[in-house]
Design a protein around this ligand. Sequence first.
Ligand code: SAM
Ligand code: DTB
Ligand code: SF4
Length: 328
Amino acid sequence: MTQAVAMTPDALAPDSAFPSRWTVDAVLALYELPFMDLLWRAQSAHRQHFDANEIQRSTLLSIKTGGCSEDCGYCSQSARYDTEVARKHLMPVEEVVAAARAAKENGVSRFCMGAAWKSPREGDLEKVMEMVRAVKELGLETCVTLGMLKEGQAQKLKEAGLDYYNHNLDTDREFYGQVVKSHTHDDRMETLSQVRDAGIHICSGGIIGMGESRRNRAALLAQLANLPTPPESVPINNLVPIPGTPFGELPPLDPFEFVRTIAAARIVMPTSHVRLSAGRENMSDELQALCFLAGANSMFYGDHLLTSPNADVSRDEALFGRLGLRPV
Ligand code: SAM
Ligand code: DTB
Ligand code: SF4
């Protein structure tokens, strides 16, 4: 019976010679389980570390939009593609604080500020540090995503009180060159190591649905799980196809494959928050419920992501009520 083979502990556990490392084959074996077995394992792992009825919420704000020098094939903000996104300079601190205050009033626990930069210039970093200090004073956790960091920049952010730095590996190292042409997977790893060394929590995940294979998806999860410490927060984005970018016309991924990705992420990173991220606007309530059952316990809350719409707050509130989910 092939399923029995797939269920043997060796095929499904981390590399036994190297207990905290996941091989790509072991993650792939999770993906290939019957859907019900995979969800059961994911839900069991979830319940060992979390209250399965709680969900963490973060609100996103694009503090500097568009005009980015980088060539990321999925991104609305790359200057290399003709998209509908209008370029905007770095926002004034007061406007950022007003948005954070509104997020706080909506009950979220974390405020994430995103900038379309290859990496921040020193003067801009000083302004972001001011934003971090001010948002933190409101009693919110802080997160920023500013691109690649240079030596010493992570330390400065830490001193300003930053809690999380978001920097996604985005896709398998082997597939990375087909998605991003202007920097490498190793560059991403280097920034993650600076963030970790500065004592800031890491938020790192990826995008699913960019034409990668299932093996690529499994490899991305193995690369995240095998970081020196797994990211505290793992955003799983479903590609939002942006007209004008090379990935603007890609067909949607099978939704069950997305759920399988959430489940596999939950199993290989059992103590991390797994975030159901971009793409929620186009998911049915039932599909989102399956993602929560698979172990997603975090989401972006608020009507906008960075440049694209998110699921409506009113719809989310109704969904929490229908599922008995408690936002934390
Ligand atoms: N420039 C910084 C960087 O690249 O790290 C921060 C901003 S970037 C927009 C943050 C993340 O958003 C990307 O790493 C990617 O995972 C996600 N993202 C961007 N565009 C997306 C899209 N069209 N669909 C899904 N996720 C997307
Ligand atoms: C992450 O992994 N997803 C967020 C956040 N980190 C910065 C961004 C999603 C962006 C979706 C497309 C857009 O709105 O431009
Ligand atoms: Fe978009 Fe970030 Fe790539 Fe710039 S570096 S194009 S903002 S994903």
